[in-house]
Design a protein around this ligand. Structure first.
Ligand SMILES: [Zn+2]
Length: 180
């Protein structure tokens, strides 16, 4: 009963909260901001990608269909969302571990590819559907997801800082040499 109620609330929230949906499916659409214990809410818009149908919707312009193994359905079932860029129309990212894969072949099996490129992903290793998880299991999973997002954001911030520091350093050297 608890499981059912939990999943019912999850679906209800997702079906009623579509105001921020956009046709432009870029990485930023599926990367939520860092949450704290106070703001964490498993029913929010950012976590809608836990649902298969929401992941499937991102594959509207996916280049593989019907006779392929990596159909939109199989991609979404394996946890992927479509995050294309101008130069790479076939980039797909796991909504959970954030692993990005491109260069898909028609016979690629999304489940196998996901497991082989991201063996530590807790989502692809699940032995049951998200809707069958207990509250405790779901929160454990969510905690793991938040850790992955925090780690990725830290790496992005460090890279941005290092790039800015490099530019600043070069400017200081030029000024010291009297070149500016
Ligand atoms: Zn994954």
């Amino acid at each position: 009963m608890v499981k059912f109620l939990f999943f019912f609330l999850f679906r209800l929230f997702n079906s009623n909260n579509k105001k921020n949906e956009s046709g432009n499916r870029k990485t930023c659409d599926v990367l939520p901001p860092i949450k704290t214990a106070d703001t964490m809410d498993p029913f929010n818009e950012e976590d809608k990608m836990y649902l298969f149908e929401n992941r499937l919707k991102t594959f509207e312009n996916w280049p593989f269909d019907k006779d392929c193994t990596c159909t939109p359905e199989n991609m979404a079932r394996a946890g992927f969302v479509h995050t294309p860029s101008d130069n790479s129309p076939d980039i797909a990212m796991c909504f959970f571990c954030l692993k990005e894969l491109e260069g898909w072949e028609p016979d690629d099996d999304p489940q196998k590819e996901h497991k082989s490129h991201a063996p530590s992903c807790s989502f692809i290793s699940l032995t049951k559907n998200v809707e069958d998880l207990t509250m405790e299991e779901f929160f454990k999973l969510q905690k793991e997801k938040d850790k992955i997002i925090t780690r990725k954001r830290c790496i992005e911030a460090i890279t941005k800082f290092e790039e800015a520091a490099k530019v600043r350093r070069e400017k200081i050297i030029k000024t010291a040499r009297g070149e500016e």
